[in-house]
Design a protein around this ligand. Structure first.
Ligand code: UGA
Length: 455
C-alpha cells in the first residue's frame, strides 16, 4: 500500500532513504533546511558521490513520486509517515552525540501534526532518545497521543547505500511498549516490498532498537581494531597479518569479512558512534562495560601515527623536505566522504613534519581541499607521484589496488611504496625493484611465502 512519506535530512542517509522509499512506490517529500542542497536534488543531482543513487533519484523525480522542500508545513500537510534522517555528529570537545538536529526536527514538526502520524527515527542516537522524543512529540502536537515515535535504525554503508536500503540484511523496529499504537503496522506497509523477500524483521522496544545500532557499529569497530592489534604483533615478529586473518577467518564463528588490517576506520559513523556509546554508558552508570571501546579507539588512532612513523623511518628519520605522494583521501573507496578520514589525517601529519605532500583521490579531492586546503592536490596518480620520494596508498580504490609498478615508475624519484591498506601485491612490487612496506606484513626476504618457495 503506497504511503505519503516525509524524510527529514537529505544527507547520505536521508537522500538515499527518500529516493529508495519512492523506488518502493511511495509518494515522498525530502525536507532539508539547506536550500542549495535541495536545488541540486530537485535537479536530479546527488550532492555527494554514491554509486547508483542518481539513477534512482532521477527515475523517481520523473515518475512524480519524489519531491523536495524546505517547508515543514508542506511536509506535515503531505505526509502521515515521517522519517528522521538528520546527522548526530560528535559534540565539539566531548565524546557525546550532538542531538541538536534530531531535536529540531521534532520541535518543529510536532506542533504541525494535527492528525494521526508516525515518526520513525533513523538517525543513530544515544539510548533513551526515542522515548524522550515521543514524550515531547505528544506534548507539542495538537493530535497528542495520536502521534507516535518509533525507532528504525539504519545500517547502510556508504558506497552501497542503495543496495543496503532496498536489500537490507534485516529491518529493526523499536516501538513504545506502553503505547504500541500503529507503528508496526505502518512499518510493515512501508517496507512490504522488502518484507515479501523474507528479510528478517525484528520488532522490539525503543531502547533495544537504539542499542542494536550502536552495538553493531561497536562490534565492527572492534573487529577492525582486533586485526590491527594483531598487525602490531605481526610487525614485531615479522609475521603476516593477512595470512593470519585468512586462517582465522575460515572459522565461521570469526569470519573473514571486516578483518582487513590497515590504517584503520574513519568516516562519519564508526569513530563518533563508539565515543557517543561510551559517553552514554557513563551517564547510565555502565561505563565499565564499555571501557574496552576506549582501547578500540586507541588502537585505531595509533594506526595513523604508526603510518607517519613508518614514512619517516623510510625517509631516513626525517620528513623535512621529503616529497610524499598520497593516493587516496576518502575514508574508504566508492565514497567522496572525508569525515575523519585516516588518509587525510596521515597526509596532514606528514606535511606538518616538513614534507611536501601531494594527494590524489578519484572522487574526494573537492571535499579534501575544504578540510585540508594547505595540502597539494593532483588530478591523477601520475601527477601525484611526480618526483616523489615515497608513495603512500591510503584508500583501496580499485584504480590503486590494480595499479602496476610500470605506471608510476618513470615519474617517481625513489621506488618506495607504503601500502596502508594491504591492497597491493608485495611480490609484484618487489620483483619490479620497489621497496614495499605493508601493515603487519613481513618485509622483503623475511616473508614466509617467499622463503618457503625459494628454499
Ligand atoms: C558503517 C557501518 O558499516 C554501517 O553498517 C552503518 O550503517 C554506518 O557505519 C552508519 O552508522 O551509518 P560506513 O561508515 O559507510 O558504514 O563504512 P564502513 O564500510 O563500515 O567502513 C568504516 C571504516 O572502516 C572505513 O574507514 C574502512 O576503511 C574501515 N575498514 C573497514 C577497515 O579498516 N578494515 C576493514 O576490514 C573494514
Amino acid at each position: 500500500m503506497s504511503k505519503n512519506i516525509a524524510v527529514f535530512g537529505t544527507g547520505y542517509l536521508g537522500a538515499t532513504h527518500a529516493a529508495c522509499m519512492a523506488e518502493l512506490g511511495h509518494e515522498v517529500i525530502g525536507v532539508d533546511i539547506d536550500k542549495a542542497k535541495l536545488a541540486k536534488l530537485e535537479a536530479g543531482e546527488v550532492p555527494f558521490f554514491e554509486p547508483g543513487l542518481e539513477e534512482v533519484l532521477r527515475r523517481n523525480i520523473s515518475a512524480g513520486r519524489l519531491q523536495f522542500s524546505d517547508s515543514y508545513e508542506e511536509a506535515a500537510r503531505f505526509a502521515d509517515v515521517h522519517f528522521i534522517g538528520v546527522g548526530t555528529p560528535q559534540k565539539t570537545g566531548e565524546f557525546a552525540a550532538d542531538l541538536t538536529y534530531v531535536n529540531a526536527v521534532v520541535e518543529t514538526l510536532a506542533p504541525m501534526l494535527n492528525r494521526p502520524a508516525v515518526i520513525f527515527g533513523k538517525s543513530t542516537v544515544p539510548v533513551g532518545t526515542a522515548q524522550r522524543l515521543g514524550d515531547r512529540a505528544r506534548e507539542l502536537s495538537p493530535a497528542g497521543e495520536a502521534v507516535e515515535v518509533a525507532w528504525n535504525p539504519e545500517f547502510l554503508r556508504e558506497g552501497f547505500a542503495v543496495q543496503d536500503t532496498l536489500h537490507p540484511d534485516r529491518l529493526v523496529l523499536g516501538i513504545d511498549r506502553e503505547r504500541p499504537g500503529r507503528a508496526e503496522e505502518v512499518a510493515r506497509q512501508v517496507y512490504s516490498a522488502i518484507l515479501e523477500k523474507d528479510v528478517p524483521f525484528i520488532v522490539t522496544d525503543l531502547a533495544t532498537s537504539e542499542l542494536v545500532k550502536t552495538a553493531a557499529n561497536s562490534f565492527l569497530a572492534t573487529k577492525i581494531s582486533f586485526i590491527n592489534a594483531m598487525a602490531e604483533v605481526c610487525d614485531a615478529v615479522n609475521a603476516d597479518v593477512t595470512v593470519l586473518a585468512d586462517a582465522i577467518g575460515h572459522d565461521a564463528r570469526i569470519g573473514r569479512r571486516f578483518m582487513n588490517a590497515g590504517i584503520g576506520f574513519g568516516g562519519g559513523c564508526l569513530p563518533k558512534d563508539i565515543r557517543a556509546f561510551m559517553a552514554r554508558a557513563g551517564e547510565l552508570g555502565a561505563d565499565q562495560a564499555l571501557t574496552f571501546l576506549r582501547e578500540v579507539d586507541n588502537i585505531n588512532m595509533r594506526r595513523r601515527l604508526r603510518m607517519v612513523e613508518v614514512t619517516r623511518d623510510v625517509m631516513g628519520g626525517s620528513l623535512l623536505g621529503a616529497r610524499v605522494a598520497v593516493l587516496g583521501a576518502a575514508f574508504k573507496p566508492e565514497s567522496d566522504d572525508v569525515r575523519d578520514s585516516p588518509a587525510l589525517n596521515i597526509a596532514g601529519q606528514i606535511q606538518l613534519q616538513g614534507a611536501s605532500v601531494t594527494v590524489y583521490d578519484p572522487k574526494a579531492i573537492k571535499n579534501s581541499r575544504t578540510q585540508f586546503p594547505t595540502l597539494n592536490y593532483a588530478s591523477n596518480s601520475i601527477d601525484a607521484c611526480r618526483g616523489a620520494d615515497v608513495v603512500l596508498v591510503l584508500t583501496e580504490w580499485p584504480e590503486f589496488s590494480n595499479m602496476v609498478p610500470e605506471e608510476i615508475e618513470p615519474h617517481v624519484r625513489n621506488r618506495v611504496i607504503i601500502d596502508g591498506r594491504n591492497c597491493l601485491d608485495p611480490t609484484q612490487w618487489e620483483s619490479s625493484g620497489w621497496e614495499y612496506h605493508g601493515v603487519g606484513v613481513p618485509t622483503l626476504g623475511r616473508r614466509t611465502d617467499v622463503d618457503v618457495r625459494t628454499q
